[in-house]
Design a protein around this ligand. Structure first.
Ligand code: SF4
Length: 407
């Protein structure tokens, strides 16, 4: 099953001209796509910086972009981001809903459900292509959390945590769950994809697949089916922090319970001690999640768990996640390895310029080589005179290696 995300398909906003729209397919049989997230915080609120990050994410090859600002004028920021990229843009509407409620009443529990639905429509009118909406948190989920009574990593989702608090104080059901058909109606009206947010995801590998997380996953998978039956493009969001040995099970369970709905995974992060290199931690998780069937992967930057990312963090995050998705796709689609084969042949034959067209990061490869050029230009400075490739070509006749190449 796959869905199509297009930017501003029914947008009434001049910020998202149809000509700029990029269409991205997400789901079974397609290349694993990657998302880059940007956005302000109360500590670093600089629209110019976020625009720079959005452009950097697109330049580096992100497929979609999430605008996740929580500080500043969120209408203005959203419109500015939509107008600076032709990537499909998504968001989390609960951020603005709680930000504006706090600003007005100094109390997030005063969030008015009617205002929340109006806000979702206002955001969709600007041309958003997808939204992560926390519909799967309900009283049943919270009951599981309460009975469990303990978590090593607490709650890791901003929107999810605020919604849990709202439900707790107001002793009411989550309006996004209660009026799910209304959510689907809005998404359909604006041809946007509903991503069922993972509000109870584990924020530590020791909490992975605990009862509270699983309760929300069951509900989200159920809602994915309901949404599909209502004609709404729906995908499920996944964790979070998951140890490597549990990733396969996580993906298989989501696919099985949701009727193969596209799965949008936040890495996952398979270890809790990699801060500073968490783009690599997450890339290891992402290669595995892509391999077992994840369809869209949110990048993680080196600043994860530490600070708001800078532009360089965004670039590193996109690159690491693209590489992870490529590794996962090689395993997911063994019949699509021609590019890898051609790269190997170009490397074997020391056709350095040809090689670049098969690489994910040709600019980086070229610069590294040119910085340290060898005395014999067909080799490289790693082994110099001891170049195994060169010696191998002398040992084996070219026609033998050519025959092998055609196997
Ligand atoms: S010098 Fe070493 S690393 Fe470089 S191409 Fe030859 S075998 Fe490979």
């Amino acid at each position: 099953m796959s869905w199509t995300i297009r930017q501003g398909a029914k947008s009434s906003s001049p910020a998202t001209p149809a000509a700029a729209a990029k269409i991205v397919g997400i789901g079974t049989g397609l290349r694993t796509k990657i998302n880059a997230s940007i956005g302000t915080s109360s500590d670093i609120c600089d629209l110019g910086l976020e625009i720079e990050k959005a452009r950097a994410a697109q330049e580096e090859g992100a497929d979609t972009l999430m605008e996740l600002s929580t500080a500043g004028n969120l209408d203005e920021i959203r419109r500015a981001i939509l107008s600076c990229t032709d990537l499909p843009v998504g968001n989390v509407p609960l951020y603005q809903a709680f930000q504006e409620t706090i600003r007005k009443y100094k109390n997030p529990a005063k969030l008015d459900p009617e205002y929340l639905f109006e806000l979702i429509e206002r955001q969709l009118e600007d041309g958003l292509s997808f939204m992560a909406i926390h519909c799967g948190i309900n009283q049943y989920t919270i009951e599981r959390l309460r009975k469990q009574g303990f978590r090593y990593g607490g709650l890791a989702s901003k929107g999810g945590t605020y919604m849990v608090a709202w439900m707790d104080v107001n002793k009411r059901e989550n309006p996004l769950y209660e009026q799910f058909d209304r959510v689907c109606g809005l998404m359909k009206k604006y041809d946007a994809v509903l991503s069922l947010g993972n509000g109870i995801r584990a924020g530590a590998i020791h909490d992975s697949h605990d009862r509270a997380q699983m309760a929300e996953m069951i509900i989200n998978c159920e809602l994915a089916e309901t949404g599909r039956n209502l004609g709404c493009q729906t995908m499920v969001e996944g964790p979070g922090h998951v140890p490597l040995d549990e990733i396969e099970a996580n993906i298989l369970i989501e696919k099985r319970m949701s009727g193969k709905a596209p799965y949008y995974v936040l890495g996952p992060i398979p270890c809790d001690t990699g801060a500073g290199y968490d783009h690599i931690t997450a890339a290891i998780g992402a290669a595995n999640s892509a391999r077992f069937g994840a369809d869209l992967i949110c990048y993680i930057t080196p600043a994860e768990h530490l600070a708001l990312p800078h532009v360089t963090d965004v670039r590193e995050g996109v690159r690491a996640t693209r590489l992870a998705a490529r590794i996962g796709d090689i395993a997911k689609y063994p019949e699509r390895r021609e590019n890898e084969k051609q790269a190997a042949l170009a490397r074997r034959d020391m056709r350095w310029e040809d090689l670049e067209q098969f690489l994910l990061f040709p600019d980086l490869a070229r610069n590294t080589r040119q910085e340290r050029m060898p005395l014999r230009k067909e080799t490289c400075t790693m082994c110099g005179d001891f170049c195994a490739m060169k010696k191998g070509m002398e040992i084996f006749e070219t026609d033998i290696t050519d025959k092998r190449a055609s196997l």
